[in-house]
Design a protein. Structure first.
Lengths: 162, 518
């Protein structure tokens, strides 16, 4: 399964990582920009990259680690082949999002925030996609889906499990 | 002559199939040999009608919706033969939900091609900046102050005073920062305007820059909004090419550069000092105020930090004059507010109107009640930190002070509707849990209070010493409200206490139920 994952992202490579860091390091307040760029390339921020970022930005490893762990977006390991995000905020709760989240957890056999054993699907909560007038909503690998119901959710899960 | 069609590229429309409809229109037209031009606009904000398809006619645009792929062949037939269609809504501008709005900020949203600087200018864009350049700093400040515009992010601080403070500050560098970290559930106005009329935000920020003497600006957009990031970045590039960003803006002596920065999933970064920390590349820890960002903001320099909607209100104020804006509204809330109707609602979307409309009008009349058809029981106004209002308070006018007087807030103008199946204990618990997850951790009342709040509400849910634990929650809320460093810990008590106050029956078992159980 990891082979499929690697089709979307490059495998970690120190030279490539250093290139990416150097490309963005000169910006003011570059830490988040650099971490985003690393995650975009590799699908996560490898632990080995943290001291490299620290050195390039003249920060301590602790400072970079602190930033990396503060923000929900940054991954310390690769996600599954597909990432299914379900909006769990109030507008989607009001429109039946709780039951849909429970259905997804039951069908996929993982709780929110986890990846299926076969590495196919990472199921994650998201706190507001800004689609609150067409709630409940979801995002599958960057594709938005509104007016989510059982049928649409099942179709998304089937697509993600393929 | 080709037929001009308009289909939204707004994320809310894409989520319900706008791309598929646009593609189907293109293909079906090609099959029939009909020449069509499909313009991808922002959304008009009538989300229950999305995907909305509009066609240009000599008498204005005619709307159809909600259109699915399977409707496309019959829709094209109807358009070609000028015959009726089931989804025909009539002239877009005459749709009552749109017609009764006062669209000052959202005038162009859903109308123009957001990728086209030419389209923006053809619809009155950059008139405000042109006038601002001729007025000069002092006169702009007078206009902005006289308009009565208050920070649309939620705090409601007068924009003119903020700008004046930065204008008067002496520094080698000043910054303009746009807070586009629209994290409140039930709000999407920032997203819509960034996707549907991005040059408006750029024009507002540029006006701020020439007023206070700033040369660099940042738009901090949350990562959950990839389409807004793309739209703003494209507009910035187009504005640079068109001479509206960079050196000698609009032929003047002013220079201003703008950059998009993307957040990383931290709700607290919507708090302005946390956002500045994040922009500087650090953890989003809230800063103690004072010093204010106006004196000591981004990289320690004087900084104007405003919400997207505040900047977006500026071009109208400059183009049409302060009075034209201030003529709308009530009390100290002047102008219009882009209100967002969301959650379990029949007619959800963006409703821009003058301050003063009542909550009941918004929910029942304009919103049409719940989508499920069940009775409305509670509405949360102003995001996760806003109070839950029962029907008994539906006479509250939409106004900063009127909501504050009833222990609520209008925040960023989001209204989330719940029907009678809602369990208010769960909503109160969620408010505390959300605060616990999103707390930056800097102050104790927020960091620890929220976790203790979750635990105590769970005890209530299990029926453990209910009245004692309710007293603890109320006491805890007071500590959080008065002891927290920022609005995250300070306002989390609003949803919790309002749930306790207005929906007490959900927390305390009714005596009659106990008797019946005996």
């Amino acid at each position: 399964m990891t082979a499929v994952y690697e089709a979307r992202h490059e495998p970690w490579d120190e030279t490539r990582g250093a290139e990416i860091i150097a490309e963005h390091a000169s910006q003011e307040g570059a830490t988040l920009v650099v971490l985003h760029a690393l995650q975009k390339a590799f699908g996560y921020v490898p632990e080995a990259a943290i001291p490299m970022v620290a050195q390039a930005l003249n920060l301590s490893r602790a400072e970079v680690h602190g930033v990396f762990t503060f923000y929900h977006d940054f991954r310390h390991k690769p996600a599954g082949r597909h990432v299914l995000k379900l909006c769990r905020a109030e507008a989607c709760q009001a429109a039946g999002g709780d039951a849909l989240a429970a259905r997804a957890e039951a069908r996929l056999g993982v709780s929110l925030g986890n990846t299926t054993a076969d590495d196919r699907v990472t199921l994650e909560p998201i706190y507001c996609l800004g689609l609150c007038a067409t709630a409940p909503s979801a995002m599958l690998d960057g594709r938005l889906v509104g007016r989510l119901d059982e049928k649409r959710l099942d179709a998304l899960m089937a697509e993600a499990q393929r | 002559m080709s037929m001009r069609l308009f289909v939204s590229r707004d994320a809310g429309a894409l989520a319900v199939g706008a791309d598929e409809v646009a593609l189907a229109l293109q293909q079906a037209a090609a099959t029939r040999g009909v020449a069509v031009e499909i313009v991808r606009t922002g959304s008009r904000g009538l989300y229950w009608l999305e995907p909305l398809v509009e066609v240009a006619t000599p008498h204005g645009r005619i709307a159809f919706g909600p259109v699915t792929e399977s409707d496309v062949p019959s829709l094209l037939d109807a358009l070609a033969s000028n015959t009726p269609h089931l989804l025909r809504l009539g002239a877009t501008d005459e749709i009552p939900w749109l017609k009764r709005q006062t669209r000052l900020t959202f005038a162009r949203c859903g109308v123009i091609d957001p990728r086209s600087l030419g389209d923006y200018r053809a619809h009155g864009g950059y008139k405000g900046l042109e006038r601002a350049l001729s007025l000069g700093s002092d006169a702009i400040l007078t206009e902005v102050t006289a308009s009565g515009l208050r920070g649309r992010g939620g705090a409601g601080f007068p924009t003119g005073i903020k700008w004046k403070t930065v204008a008067q500050a002496k520094a080698d560098r000043k910054f303009i920062v746009c807070n586009a970290d629209e994290g409140d559930s039930g709000t999407f106005a920032d997203r819509m305007i960034m996707e549907g009329d991005p040059f408006l935000v750029i024009e507002g920020m540029t006006t701020a820059a020439i007023t206070v003497g700033a040369t660099k600006g940042y738009i901090y957009i949350r990562s959950e909004y990839p389409h807004a990031v793309e739209a703003m970045s494209a507009a910035i590039n187009a504005a640079k090419r068109g001479g509206y960003l960079g050196d000698k803006i609009g032929g003047s002596t002013h220079s201003f550069d703008l950059e998009v920065r993307v957040g990383a999933g931290a709700y607290v970064c919507g708090e302005e000092t946390s956002l500045l920390e994040s922009l500087e590349g650090r953890r989003g820890l809230v800063r103690a105020k004072p010093p204010l960002p106006a004196h000591h903001g981004l990289f320690g320099k004087p900084t104007v930090i405003n919400n997207v909607l505040s900047f977006a209100a500026i071009p109208f104020i400059l183009a049409e004059g302060a009075t034209a804006y201030a003529d709308f509204g009530m009390g100290r809330s002047r102008g219009t507010m882009p209100i967002q109707l969301a959650g379990n609602i029949r007619h959800g979307g963006l409703f821009e109107t003058a301050f003063g409309v009542t909550l009941g009008e918004l929910v029942d009349d304009i919103g049409g009640g719940t989508a499920t058809g069940r009775p409305v029981r509670a509405v949360q106004v102003g995001g996760p930190l806003g109070a839950y209002f029962p029907r008994a308070l539906f006479d509250t006018p939409f106004d900063y002070e009127a909501f504050a007087a009833r222990d609520g807030l209008i925040g960023h103008g989001g209204i989330v509707v719940f029907d009678d199946s809602v369990d208010m204990r769960r909503q109160a618990r969620f408010a505390m849990e959300f605060c616990a997850v999103e707390s930056c951790g800097k102050c104790t009342p927020c960091r620890i209070g929220s976790t203790r709040g979750v635990e105590t509400i769970e005890k209530i849910m299990r029926g453990e010493r209910v009245s004692e634990n309710l007293a603890i929650v109320e006491d805890l809320c007071n500590t959080m409200k008065f002891g927290s460093l920022c609005a995250l810990g300070g306002f989390t008590p609003y949803p919790v206490l309002s749930a306790l106050k207005h929906f007490r029956e959900d927390f305390v078992p009714a005596p009659s139920t106990l008797q019946a159980a005996e």
